[in-house]
Design a protein around this ligand. Sequence first.
Ligand code: G6P
Length: 612
Amino acid sequence: MCGIVGYVGYREAIPVIIKGLKRLEYRGYDSAGVAVLNGALQVCKKAGKVAELETELAGRNLHGTMGMGHTRWATHGLPNDTNAHPHVSSSTNLAIIHNGIIENYAALRAELEGRGHRFISDTDTEVLINLIEDIQQKEGLDLEKALPIALSQVIGAYAIVIISQDEPNRLYAARKSSPLVIGLGKGEFFLASDATPIIEYTRNVVYLNDEEVAVVNRNGEMSIRTIDNKRITPYVQELQMKLETIEKGGYEHFMLKEIYEQPRSITDSLRGRIGLGDQSIHLRGIQEFEAKFVAARRIIVVACGTSWHAGLVAEYLFEDYARIPVEVEYASEFRYRNPILDEHDIVIAISQSGETADTLAAIELAKSRGATIYGICNVVGSSISRATDAGSYTHAGPEIGVASTKAFTAQITIVTLMALAIARAKGTISESRYHFILDELQRIPAQIEMLLQSDSLIRDIAEEFVDVRNFLYLGRGYNFPVALEGALKLKEISYIHAEGYPAAEMKHGPIALIDEHMPVVVLATNPSAYDKIVSNIQEVKARKGRIIAIVAEDDKVIRQLADFTVVIPKTEESLTPLLSVVPLQLLAYHIAVMRGCNVDQPRNLAKSVTVE
Ligand code: G6P
């Protein structure tokens, strides 16, 4: 949600900023804008895509070696030109871009209006820049002094960059609960919501922490202070990300590329984590907290969206292998309940971006009750990865498509390793099953490679269903979360209404919807529930529903009953989600492409949900 880019140095700022905004497009947005300082402040902003902003810029003569740009995901006010960022203060001396929400903006705005400030937009951001200016004017302070005072009056979340006409060599930045990275070049600085706009210029970065204010100067100086004025020594990290991982590399869409990357991303997630010889699992966080996991009476998983579905798979795995009860919570619900938890509990937070506001808040709540927090994140250095006591990165590589694919299978890979490691330490899994599952897990990448050969078959199936209005997905056991994930993928990118259900629950509601217009995707790969699934399919067929079945290689019965069948390679039942989800990702992808949808940036959705 909302993308931020800032630049000060010796290059023309606009091309750096526009390229950076394009890199951040994946986060989800509905308008874009830039500002440069070259004597005077010049601002250009537009509803719609960055491409439309570029067209607008082509007719304007904006130059300068210091500037900033923003992609806005509307919260306060419509996504129009006026509400787009940057916003300028009443005197036009200051300009700001902002990611986050100022929750007490209404009270602040009323107060400022009372003192004669006039607002042209509906945004909370315009309130913030005028609050800063008001403090400057009232107290006679420069921006460096006024900014922390203003930020200490703000309730909510922010990552901001500010330009002042009085200071042509300095960019100001601050963050609280929304990400901000500073890239350190030679004689230049880059500011961005994540590292993707920065990596082609420099690998040296500093991740700003909550309630820190940074000032970067064209002369190469950088200072960071907390909002209560403590000087911070910046921790410079080296980026490991490769440029090609954030480019489409010949694929039509990032989502398709990421689906095809799954053999590699699972291999990367396993790399170095299974020891030779006794095949012991090396996950540093688990080794460090092994005693705690072994003694755990229960585990609570907090997550949102696709990561929540990975949490459901984790529930089955931990209970099956390690005999630990698991509760899987929507982070947004958990944070506002009064959950019963204490220092004996382990909370696992799963998040691709590591920035999801609700998941972060759930972590803070669990921490305040003394629980141990384990993070599973994909983005290195992200807020969640830094807020947890221990954790494991998924190593899926940057995921750009808004609909999560390779991050999901990487998350399942990690929770499988975790559950196996704990089960072995607890003695709840036999050595033979442990080794068998690990061997099968290491075969998964090659099996996905085979499965991807069904792509054209899945495209043909997609063609049959391009115009339907509803879809039902059914699964049991390990494949129930996959049914939910398949339905989520389809609705996210094709805008077809889809529901996932435990197969046996169908008769308690969704069966009423079934007729010849209702396609039903059935995940029928679990040997343990095979006969039951056959009965569910019969129930759908009896009502003229059309069946797309995902079956295992040795299936005999279901392929006779189904209208369409996709075969997945045979594996241990607990690992089937890693395979069965792939055809569902492809099905959603092809249907969405055929419907002319913007697959990588579906309407209204954001990749990184940094507001609640
Ligand atoms: C958004 C994204 C989803 C993602 C969810 C949770 O809704 O569009 O793809 O699953 O957020 O995000 P996280 O980064 O915490 O996994």
